[in-house]
Design a protein around this ligand. Sequence first.
Ligand code: URA
Ligand code: CA
Length: 441
Amino acid sequence: MRMYDLIMKKRNGMELSTEEINFFVDGYTKGAIPDYQVSALMMAIYFQKMNKRETADLTMAMVNSGETIDLSAIKGKKVDKHSTGGVGDTTTLILGPIVAAAGVPVAKMSGRGLGHTGGTIDKLESFKGFSVEMPIEKFVEDVNTIKISVVGQTANLAPADKKLYALRDVTATVDNLSLIASSIMSKKIAAGADAIVLDVKTGSGAFMKEGNSAFELAKEMVDIGNNVGRNTIGVVTDMDQPLGFAVGNILEVEEAIDTLRGHGPKDLTELCLTLGSHMLVLADRAENAGEARKILQNVIKSGEGIKKLKEFVTAQGGDASCIDNPELFEKASIIEPVLAPQDGYVKGIKADDIGLAALVLGAGRETKESPIDLAVGVVLQKKIGDYVAKGEPIAIIHANDKAKKEAAEKMIIDAFNITSEKVEARALIRGIVTKNGIEKY
Ligand code: URA
Ligand code: CA
């Protein structure tokens, strides 16, 4: 088999066989096929696309390129959740504890990631001493006893995806449905979940900026999961403005704590209840989403959710005392409001640009090696549909550097679109995708 022939076949719009897909994934992972040939193939796929069979084959070839995690020592059905990424998305810190408190095992592999803020692991490290480095035996034991554990992603999970994603990133071939779907699903499948709930974002802060393409991406991933025996559903949700109010690491942890206590932002609470309900149904803990939602609402109301967070943080070596005493969290040295430049209704808040403001403040990583400042970020004071008077705060900046604060302030003002006409608040949950089809709300 020759790589040249595969490139030409795809360039001419033909279908690649299972053997051909295995050949290039295996050869690329081992270093036997050079970057320039795989780049050309990625560009051919970008223009000519792949069908469902090719996409499923690519997914499984990437799964089989490294180790797969066996979670069979954990009792019960393991349901994983994945979000396609957004700004200020703190759901894992809330979902993990409430789903675990409802009795469903949460065995999560997580990463640090590049982005506007740190990933789930960075946020968890806001609790001093918290560690995700542990032998797999402790991971399994913690999930069996307290129902939740988060471990760092091993280097050898879907290594083919790691190489391909890095290559796509520098060759303008990221935003292809089949390539995104197979990339995400290969990691979820390799991580061993029995069932998967996907939160597919749509809007200015998402990969899929336009509604229909988010549904198509969700369907593609749902079909891959179900084709390989993992019950998978997708929820399409709005990311046309940041989720909740806080964008930053400690700031988001504080927001998660508020939400677990039952007084978090409305959109964040709603998203967690929706995704969590589907997780409970897939884990056979509830008959339907309505019953599941009641269970989760009770978990929050009774305080079991916040208690679970404390147990989880303590089990992984973290100092849980700041959950009851948030003044113990590290604070930024400059905390200042951003004032509205005019009267009116908030029509839009570019999620991407708020994310970039948080990045400029130091909340995220620009390269893999950049340090993160856990204390800095942005806390919105207004969301889409709200009225704001000139001079009223639209956001609060938490900064440790005056020049960075000034840069972020400009970006936040530019990110807000304020108009004189009244604006409707936006629907958060846009629809649901299952193996049976797409339901738009
Ligand atoms: N996230 C991934 O893991 N892969 C993609 O291709 C896009 C987003
Ligand atoms: Ca948030």
